[in-house]
Design a protein around this ligand. Structure first.
Ligand SMILES: *[C@@H]1O[C@H](CO)[C@@H](O)[C@H](O)[C@H]1NC(C)=O
Ligand SMILES: *[C@@H]1O[C@H](CO)[C@@H](O)[C@H](O)[C@H]1NC(C)=O
Ligand SMILES: *[C@@H]1O[C@H](CO)[C@@H](O)[C@H](O)[C@H]1NC(C)=O
Ligand SMILES: *[C@@H]1O[C@H](CO)[C@@H](O)[C@H](O)[C@H]1NC(C)=O
Ligand SMILES: *[C@@H]1O[C@H](CO)[C@@H](O)[C@H](O)[C@H]1NC(C)=O
Ligand SMILES: *[C@@H]1O[C@H](CO)[C@@H](O)[C@H](O)[C@H]1NC(C)=O
Ligand SMILES: [Zn+2]
Length: 409
């Protein structure tokens, strides 16, 4: 690590390392170094004073942001659950002493998806349409994502992008490309901490400023979010719900994020993709479709997504953004930005001749449908803890690597 790469990047962002660039101009770049060269656009530069420090966790709402403070103070009835750590880092004591009864519906411990606090919506971890993959990528926008997005465009394939607020502010034109390409954008927090290890105010701020960043840069206000490392409990779900954010998790993990920290090999990851593909053939998704965790995090994770796309497209009947699988034609607060219904999306792909239908037996329109948020918590709680926390720790490393990659330009 250099002494202060962050200062250098901020200086470049503030004072402009190159002339004002456009979304199309940035999207046309193919060289990775050129894509990742820092730049400044006026819409971001002019709004910096309304945001917390880019690249750092936002542990409290800046005192002069009266709108954010008012919105936070208006949230009453937050479940009285203690933070499970400090400053976004989970505490081993909390982990080791957490009751097996899972009082907080803490996904990290148990895989719990159905809140115990009344009035909260169950998490989304599957898509309702059978034999369908709800296609999404975490941790973007990654600066050199053009080859990946070009590939998706060449397949006329849209996905759900879970964006980190800091990355949106660093690479706003890359975020604009997602919107221009027709991808769905959801929140993945400002600085990628363990949300259950934050105070109420910090958890609110991590979500709020990411919503603000996405709105500033792309013009849309997301209504979906994915907790970093899946770390969510009923306190965090409640705060997210007050920001109109539906919590989206997954049931299958490619573990592509583990390769950067040498905790998994590419062969392991291919095995996870292959298992998902095999499960389609075995009928696992004949009534409810799948969501798998995959990342816009490194060249490796994106290239692996590209390499597996034809196999996924052949196995599943449909690959769609999560909103499309849910028929959410107006996924944003702004109702003038619309997405196709599931029927319209799949029909348009059939008519363009792309591989929207695969080799499997068709899912008749009479197939069982509808939300069925199964708990996924048949796994023993202690097994779940060790499994998921090994993930949490290393994904933080992956996130730091990501921030480091963005900094070490
Ligand atoms: C809020 O205060 C910070 C310093 O704490 C300052 O950098 C920023 O410009 C202020 N924002 C506004 C909108 O006054
Ligand atoms: C928490 O536990 C993990 C895994 O056992 C260990 O690596 C880490 O050092 C512990 N942290 C503290 C603060 O004790
Ligand atoms: C990954 O890097 C290689 C080598 O630079 C490049 O050819 C390839 O297009 C990249 N893949 C993606 C998805 O960015
Ligand atoms: C989507 O809409 C179609 C047509 O109305 C319907 O058949 C299907 O069940 C809906 N799917 C979901 C998940 O709402
Ligand atoms: C949607 O409406 C907003 C104003 O509410 C406007 O700024 C934006 O450009 C519109 N978007 C589209 C795609 O029409
Ligand atoms: C469709 O699938 C076939 C066979 O798997 C493949 O050869 C072809 O390239 C695919 N076309 C597209 C547009 O993906
Ligand atoms: Zn993430």
């Amino acid at each position: 690590m250099h002494a202060s790469p962050f200062v250098t990047v901020v200086a470049l962002l503030l004072f402009g390392a190159r002339a004002e660039q456009t979304e199309q101009g940035e999207a046309a770049l193919t060289d990775d170094t050129a894509q990742c060269a820092p730049y400044s656009i006026a819409v971001v530069a002019n709004a910096l004073s309304s945001f917390p420090t880019i690249g750092q966790p936002v542990l409290s709402i800046p005192a002069n942001d009266t709108a954010a403070l008012a919105k936070f103070k208006a949230i009453t009835g937050i479940p009285n659950i203690q933070p499970k750590g400090t400053n976004g880092v989970l505490s081993n004591d909390t982990i080791n002493n957490y009751p097996a009864t899972d009082p907080d519906c803490w996904w990290t411990a148990s895989g719990c998806l159905i809140p115990k606090v009344s009035g909260l919506t169950p998490d989304t971890a599957s898509v309702p349409e059978p034999r369908t993959l709800g296609y999404g990528f975490d941790d973007g926008p990654f600066c050199s994502h053009n080859e990946f997005y070009n590939y998706l465009s060449s397949k006329n394939q849209k996905a759900t992008m879970f964006y980190i607020g800091t990355n949106v502010m660093w690479f706003p034109l890359q975020a604009q490309r997602a919107a221009a390409d027709g991808h769905e954008i959801c929140v993945h927090t400002w600085s990628h901490r363990a949300m259950t290890a934050l105070t109420n105010e910090a958890a609110f701020a991590e979500l709020y400023y990411t919503i603000q960043a996405i709105k500033l840069v792309t013009g849309v206000t997301p209504q979906c979010w994915r907790p970093p490392m899946g770390d969510v409990d009923d306190r965090i779900r409640y705060i997210a719900s007050k920001l109109n954010l539906q919590t989206i998790l997954w049931k299958y993990d490619s573990f592509d994020w583990k390769v950067a920290s040498n905790q998994a090999t590419p062969t392991d990851v291919q095995g996870h993709y292959d298992s998902l593909i095999t499960a389609v053939g075995a009928g696992t998704f004949d009534t409810v479709g799948a969501i798998m965790l995959t990342h816009e995090l490194t060249n490796y994770t994106m290239q692996t997504a590209v390499d597996n796309y034809p196999k996924l497209a052949a196995a599943f009947d449909h690959i769609v953004p999560i909103a499309v699988a849910q028929n959410k034609t107006q996924p944003y607060v702004e109702t003038n930005v619309t997405f196709p219904s599931f029927a319209a999306y799949t029909a348009s792909r059939s008519s363009t001749g792309s591989n929207s239908t695969g080799a499997g037996s068709g899912s008749g329109s009479g197939s069982a449908k509808g939300p069925s948020p199964s708990s996924g918590s048949s796994q023993g709680i202690s097994a779940g803890i060790s499994l998921r926390l090994s993930y949490a720790g290393s994904s933080l490393i992956a996130a730091l690597t990501l921030l480091g990659a963005a900094l070490a330009l």
